[in-house]
Structure formats: structure tokens, C-alpha cells
Design a protein around this ligand. Structure first.
Ligand code: SF4
Length: 473
């Protein structure tokens, strides 16, 4: 009987079985940022410990960095202090910092792949929930808490349970105007926010095989929103083409050896899965969330579901969602007025996300609707520089979008980009929890970047296929 990639990578990194039944798992790569690392470093100092593998630890600043201007000192004294803490910690412990001053800064899940750090067959961890993103490369990647950040800094290991593996097979093709974001929201809607608990998700099938690395990252990024501890795609020629030549990718003979190893860790054809789910690509529509979890979503033009169509135990949450969002069952989410449009985040802040939107804006007299604040926030300085090089910043600015500096921005609003009061935001980010975007009463509608742009232009949620004339070939 063959094995899955998850089993092979897990077994290759398992140091020993612990009395608790968990495994001590060696971490190949540890990514850190300014929010979840300061306490971990303080705990190391208190115990007189060093970072065991500084050469496997890399830092960036993303959550608190303002996107208007990164000029130092930062206008927010607390943010400036957090950045200074990070700078002191990386200097003291000898950790490579992708600093804003070097043009290397960005969201932790954007810069890992961009620098070639994220590679197939690795175990990767980071003190951030969306670390699953790195699974796009055939790595097994976990979000961890602050005390675990401390543990990994000190030992390069984590105590982990072995997960079951669910294969999610996406057949056929996606129709024009339907994107990786729609697919990931579709899967979460179908399996629920707890459907993946105890599982690693392996995404495969024709649709995934054709996906670019950016699309695979969008898909894996939200595995955690479906309850899965991690999500991954088996590495292939697309993965290797993306990695080759990047700063930390193997070079020369080491590259050949690496590709041979990467090929060997792909799931075997006769691998046994604990569960298999099949999704037909053609069935998927552009999806928008209408509630307060990423599973509470619907095709943009569909009538929102009646509370009594849900299992009894889910109805209180459904009622709470409708009351909070001010939306009504039986009506479509299309037509819901928006105040803010946000294109960015570690889900959809990569070059191809912005290119796809710009493709639909360029050469058309389409502008952001009056009264709507529309932000374009690149996921990294490198993405931003490339957009400027290609003249796409101008396309966005001409259409009335604000073109900002790189950072997490309005995904979590630990920086000046925040909703106010009951504002409604069309967002390409990954969480629509109550208050997620900075205002305790703010409302978030998750959707693809192209759908966000369509909402910005109409001033209300709209089917991007109609707004931009996207048709079947
Ligand atoms: S963009 Fe959002 S989800 Fe991603 S790392 Fe930043 S705050 Fe976390």
C-alpha cells in the first residue's frame, strides 16, 4: 500500500513518539513576525536559551506595518515599539530579517515562497493561522501559538499529533470568472468550518494540476478556515518552475538532488486516504460570504438560505449572522451596498491577483463608485515593485483605487487600515468574523479579488462576470 505525501513528510521529520502519543516533529523552516514572537524571545532570555537553528528562522514585519507610509519612526508609537523589538531580537539571535529598508518585506506567507524558502517536503511553522498557505508547494505547514514559537526557537521541534488525510479531488475546469478563492470558499461551505478537524487536506485533480502556484497558495491558505490543520498540493513541474532561481532555492547539483527528493515525496498512486471528496469544477460559481464564518457563503446571485434549511444545532449561529450582517434570507447577496473594498492579504495579495483585476480594469472607463474607499495592498514589497514596473499601479489609481505599501492592512486591522462603525467591506481576505477588520460592528464580505473590484465599481456586491463582461470562450 502506497503512502500520501503527508505520511512521507511526517515520517521523515518525526524524531520520536512522545509518552502523550504525540510525535516530536523536526521543523525545517520557522517563519516569524512581530506579533507572536516578542514574548517567545522574552521566554528564551528568561531561561538563558539560544535560538537552536537561526539559519532556519526568518523574520518579517507585516501585521502592524502601516500601508500609507513605512517611514520611520512609524506614526503609531506602539507599532514602532513592536518593530524595534523585532529588530533587536533578530540582531541578538542572528536571524535573517526581511527588512522594509531592503525592499524585501511583506506578509510572512507571501515572502516565504517569494524568497524560495518554502520548498516541497518541508515541515514549516509560523505563529500565524494561515501558515497552511505553504502547503501549496507540497510542504506540511502549521500555524502555531506563541509558546510553541518559543519551543521551536529553542528546539526546532514541535509536539504534534499525526493527522488523517482527506483527498479533495477537483475535477474538470473552472468556468471563466471563477477563481481559486471561489473554490476554497465553495469547499468550506460544503464541508463546514469544522469539517477538516483532525485532517490534513490534500488538494488534487485536473483543476489543481492546472493551477498556478499563486492559485494553489490561495487554496491552501484557507484550509485552516475549514478546520484542517494543514492543506497541501503534491509538487510538480509548476512547483519546480516557480522555485528555480529564487534566492533560497537549491542551485546546481543540489537542485537536481532536490527535485529527485521532491518527486519521491509525492503521494503514491495507490496511497490510502481516510476520506475522499470530489468537487466538480464546472459547478462552482463566484462565491460571497453573507455571514460571520467563511462557511456562511453563497453563489453571488443565489437566494440566501433560510435558517430552517440548516441543521438544528447551526440555527442559532445562522440567526446571529443574519442579525449582525443585516442581510435577509431569500434575497441574494448581490446588491448589498459596500463602503470599503480591500484587495490584498496572504490569501489574495500576490502578483497574479492584481494582474487579473488590472486586466479587467485596463482600457475601460470604469471607476470606483462615489463614497467607496477602495484599497489595493500588495502582499510584499517585491509584488508592489513588480506592479509598478508593469504600470499596473497606474491602472488602479486611474480607476480610483488607493495603491498602498505592502502589509496585512485591513485583513486584521492591527494597523491604521480599519473599518469604522457598521461599514461593509468587500474583501479578498480570509476571515469574516465579527469585528475582524477593526470595528466591533464592521461587516466583512469575503470574495475573490475580481469580485471585490466589481463591488468597488458598482458600490454594491455584483457578479464580476456581468460587470466586466467575462464570458465562456
Ligand atoms: S494577511 Fe491576514 S491572515 Fe494573512 S498573515 Fe496577515 S493578518 Fe494573518
Amino acid at each position: 500500500m502506497g503512502k500520501t505525501l503527508y505520511e512521507k513528510v511526517f515520517e521523515a521529520h518525526a524524531v520520536r513518539r512522545l509518552p502523550s502519543g504525540q510525535y516530536q516533529l523536526l521543523m525545517g523552516l520557522h517563519l516569524i513576525h512581530e506579533v507572536t514572537s516578542p514574548q517567545a524571545f522574552s521566554m528564551l532570555r528568561e531561561r538563558g536559551l539560544q535560538v537552536l537553528h537561526p539559519e532556519r528562522t526568518f523574520a518579517t514585519v507585516d501585521h502592524i506595518i502601516p500601508t500609507h507610509s513605512q517611514t520611520r519612526p512609524l506614526a503609531d508609537a506602539q507599532a514602532e515599539e513592536m518593530l524595534q523589538h523585532l529588530e533587536r531580537n533578530v540582531a541578538e539571535f542572528g536571524i535573517r530579517f526581511f527588512a522594509p529598508t531592503r525592499g524585501e518585506q511583506g506578509i510572512v506567507h507571501v515572502i516565504g515562497p517569494e524568497r524560495g524558502l518554502t520548498q516541497p517536503g518541508m515541515t514549516i511553522c509560523c505563529g500565524d493561522s494561515h501558515t497552511a498557505t505553504h502547503g501549496a508547494f507540497g510542504a506540511i505547514a502549521f500555524g502555531i501559538g506563541t509558546s510553541q514559537v518559543r519551543d521551536v526557537l529553542a528546539t526546532q521541534c514541535l509536539a504534534m499529533e499525526k493527522l488523517k488525510v482527506r483527498r479533495i479531488e477537483v475535477t474538470g475546469r473552472l468556468r471563466p470568472g471563477v477563481y481559486a478563492k471561489d473554490l476554497t470558499l465553495w469547499i468550506i461551505n460544503r464541508l463546514g468550518v469544522h469539517g477538516g478537524v483532525g485532517y490534513a487536506y490534500e488538494y488534487g485533480g485536473e483543476v489543481i494540476d492546472r493551477f498556478s502556484m499563486d492559485e494553489r497558495m490561495t487554496l491552501c491558505n484557507m484550509a485552516i478556515e475549514g478546520g484542517a490543520r494543514c492543506g497541501y498540493v503534491n509538487p510538480d513541474a509548476t512547483t519546480y518552475a516557480y522555485l528555480q532561481g529564487r534566492e533560497y532555492a537549491p542551485k546546481g547539483a543540489a537542485w537536481e538532488r532536490a527535485v529527485a527528493w521532491w518527486e519521491s515525496i509525492r503521494s503514491d498512486a495507490d496511497a490510502r486516504y481516510d476520506d475522499v471528496v470530489t468537487v466538480r469544477g464546472e459547478d462552482i460559481e463566484p462565491v460571497v460570504t453573507w455571514g460571520i464564518t467563511p462557511a456562511q457563503s453563497a453563489p453571488v446571485g443565489a437566494a440566501l438560505p433560510a435558517p430552517d434549511s440548516f441543521p438544528e444545532r447551526e440555527r442559532p449561529l445562522v440567526g446571529e449572522a443574519y442579525a449582525y450582517m443585516g442581510l435577509e434570507p431569500g434575497k441574494p447577496v448581490a446588491g448589498t451596498k459596500i463602503d470599503v473594498a480591500f484587495i490584498g492579504s496572504c490569501t489574495n495579495g500576490r502578483l497574479s491577483d492584481f494582474e487579473e483585476v488590472a486586466k479587467h480594469l485596463r482600457g475601460r472607463a470604469l471607476t470606483v463608485a462615489p463614497g467607496v474607499k477602495a484599497l489595493v495592498v500588495p502582499g510584499s514589497q517585491e509584488v508592489r515593485a513588480e506592479l509598478v514596473k508593469r504600470g499596473l499601479d497606474r491602472v488602479f489609481r486611474d480607476a480610483g483605487f488607493e495603491f498602498r505599501e505592502a502589509g496585512c492592512s485591513m485583513c486584521l486591522a492591527m494597523n491604521p487600515d480599519r473599518l469604522e462603525g457598521r461599514q461593509v467591506c468587500a474583501s479578498s481576505s480570509n476571515r469574516n468574523f465579527k469585528g475582524r477588520q477593526g470595528s466591533p460592528t464592521g461587516r466583512t464580505l469575503l470574495m475573490s479579488p475580481v469580485m471585490v473590484a466589481a463591488a468597488a465599481i458598482r458600490g454594491a456586491v455584483a457578479d464580476a462576470r456581468e460587470v466586466f463582461g467575462i464570458r465562456e470562450a
